[in-house]
Write a protein that binds this ligand. Structure first.
Ligand code: PLP
Length: 427
């Protein structure tokens, strides 16, 4: 098998039926050892990845417009991120940020705090290993600070899979089935329906017992839904009236994904707590829970993590921030707009298509049925474009923020042709 040398500039190239024979054999060998809870949405065995390109075991090269579920923000194996990680592993891999100080931890917190929307009041940051841990930290801090127990979240929301965050997650029944009882006192209303919260207060949930409203400013897993500004404005007003904390879960929408560092910036509505992960360290495991200083009232020992904010992930995050601030957030805005426009122009009104939506490089296409979404996702994979499904009948595209206009044209070609081919069969 010939070795592709510069993978990041390699064109899409599918040489075998997907999956190829080597991938098939390796998957058959490995899968029995793995937890059957893993989804494995495609039988893809990735050998290596660079930029926006992924190469499988059989030498097929695919264009990745999902970025490891919106995580490889600077592209796969960005040389600057890789260099920072390599340098750090020769210096200090671990000492435990809960118990000791080391260079980088405070610097990353400081940089995030300064970037936080409405940072006039000052922010402080706790570092975790993942998004779900950032959300757990947010739940704990909100309860601790307010002395209240109840939480409000939204249908379609995804906040993680550990028991606290899972109690907030309401995007698919399979995530919750068999795992109850979940955290008591967690209530859900329709995404966008702030008035439903007022109705909860009038019927079942005393407002003065609610610690936090947890919301994705742009809903991710639930379908890449951009709400009207008035939704978040009304949530803020409800929180202000009743002394409730407003938590933005920006695990998916943050770190430049929407063409601004935080999706919150599109709405001009101040949150009290923000959770981050995914793109923050280009794929190294890191999460962050940021809160306004006056809310961070928990004392030493009340929360911590053995590996959260470990030096290697921090090195990756600092290099990632340099790249995001050095032009990638701006690129997400410009190329994202262009890509969404291309998709809208070709797909709007076509058979099987419900809507093209999104902001920056967080773009969703909703179909008229789940079967069409599923068919399009699989055909894209067979033809060399990696996308992911979301919601009940949508496909999400969240490429690395280095995504170029030329790559957008290639992705648009494969995606829209797959839409036509599937719709002509199924619509
Ligand atoms: N919050 C949101 C908005 C997410 O999209 C996700 C993951 O998809 C999470 C939390 C959980 O993050 P992790 O998988 O890193 O635990």
């Amino acid at each position: 098998m010939s070795q592709v040398t510069d993978l990041s500039t390699h064109p899409v190239s599918i040489k075998t039926a997907m999956p190829g024979p080597l991938a098939q054999a390796e998957i058959a060998r490995q899968k029995p050892s793995m937890s059957p809870s893993l989804i494995h949405c495609y039988p893809l065995m990735v050998k290596r990845a660079s930029g926006c390109m992924v190469e499988d075991l059989d030498g097929n090269v695919l264009l990745d417009v999902q970025a490891g579920v919106a995580t490889a923000s600077t592209g796969h194996c960005h040389p600057k991120v890789a260099e920072a990680v390599k340098k750090q592993v020769d210096t200090l891999i671990h000492i435990c940020g809960t118990d000791f100080f080391y260079p980088g931890y405070g610097e990353l917190c400081d940089r995030l705090n300064k970037l936080a929307p409405h940072n006039d009041a000052g922010w402080q940051t706790f570092l975790s290993n993942s998004g779900t841990e950032a959300v757990e930290a947010a739940i704990k801090l909100a309860r601790y600070h307010t002395g209240r127990s109840q939480l409000i979240a939204f249908r379609g929301g995804f906040h993680g899979r550990s028991l606290g965050s899972l109690s907030l997650t309401a995007s698919k029944p399979k995530y919750r089935k068999g795992f109850g009882p979940l955290t008591p006192g967690t209530h859900h209303v329709e995404y966008g329906d702030w008035q439903a919260i007022e109705r909860l207060f009038q019927t079942t949930v005393p407002a003065q017992e609610v610690a936090a409203i947890v919301v994705e400013p742009v809903q991710g897993e639930g379908g890449y839904i951009v709400p009207p500004v008035s939704f978040l404005q009304n949530l803020r007003a409800i929180c202000d009236e009743h002394g409730i904390l407003l938590v933005y879960d920006e695990v998916q929408s943050g770190m430049g994904r929407t063409g601004k560092m935080f999706a919150a910036e599109h709405f001009g509505v101040r949150p009290d707590i923000i959770t981050l992960a995914k793109g923050i360290a280009s794929g190294m495991p890191l999460g962050a829970m940021m809160a306004r200083k006056e809310i961070m009232t928990w004392p030493g020992g009340s929360h911590g993590s053995t590996c959260g904010g470990n030096p290697v992930c921090i090195a990756a995050a600092l290099a990632t921030l340099d790249l995001l601030e050095g032009g990638l957030v701006q690129n997400a805005a410009v190329v994202g707009d262009a890509y969404k426009q291309m998709l809208s122009e070709t797909l709007t009104g076509q058979p099987g298509i419900q809507e093209v939506r999104g902001v920056g490089l967080m773009i969703g296409v909703e179909f008229t049925s789940h079967a069409i979404a599923d068919g399009v996702a699989n055909l894209c994979y067979e033809r060399g474009l990696l996308v992911l499904e979301c919601g009940t009948k949508s496909i999400r595209m969240s490429p690395p923020l280095i995504f170029t206009r030329e790559q957008a044209i290639v992705a648009h070609g494969i995606f829209t042709q797959a839409c036509k081919d599937v719709a002509s069969k199924l619509a």
